[in-house]
Design a protein around this ligand. Structure first.
Ligand code: PNS
Length: 154
């Protein structure tokens, strides 16, 4: 049975994340969405809220669970008895950022692979940080996040 971890901050979860979760849930038997507890940053949503929202949005997929985690991603992968890490790639800048991360995780864990999924073209401009920035200027972000998240943000 294949089990993957899809990690991130998800502050907030976007349409891009949700599409990747849906697609990854079709590739792997089980998918664990790992929500990072980042105590250094002041998040828009608490980790509990982020977990709750993603659980709500993914309940229909059947094989997706959502858990928060602190510390190293490779430890979370081990703790959840997962095989691989899944990350999305929007642009070549993402690739520059993700490659050393994937290599570090590979090295730290003695062989955990990271599998990259290409973000759907219609989502490639979306990021959680852009959503937060646009919100500060009261710009329309309704196309960037799921309706449930939009409701909580406005
Ligand atoms: O959604 P994000 O913020 O791009 O996700 C980044 C995340 C959570 C994948 C990354 O920051 C992470 O794995 N953090 C946990 C600490 C860790 O294991 N770092 C990797 C070694 S440098």
């Amino acid at each position: 049975m294949s089990k993957a971890v899809f990690p991130g901050s998800f502050d907030p979860v976007t349409n891009g994340h949700l599409d990747l979760i849906k697609r990854a849930s079709k590739i792997f038997d089980r998918l664990v969405v790992g929500v990072l507890i980042n105590s250094a940053k002041k998040p828009l949503f608490s980790v509990e809220e982020r977990v709750e929202m993603i659980e709500e949005l993914t309940s229909e997929f059947g094989n997706v669970t959502v858990q928060s985690f602190d510390g190293l991603l490779v430890d979370f992968v081990k703790m959840t008895d997962s095989d691989v890490i899944v990350r999305g790639l929007r642009t070549s800048q993402d690739f520059e950022y993700e490659l050393p991360l994937a290599q570090t995780n590979y090295k730290l864990s003695d062989g955990t692979d990271t599998i990259f999924l290409a973000t759907a073209p219609e989502h490639s401009y979306i990021s959680s940080s852009a959503v937060k920035e646009l919100l500060r200027y009261s710009a329309d972000i309704s196309d960037m996040v799921p309706a449930q998240v939009y409701k909580r943000l406005t």
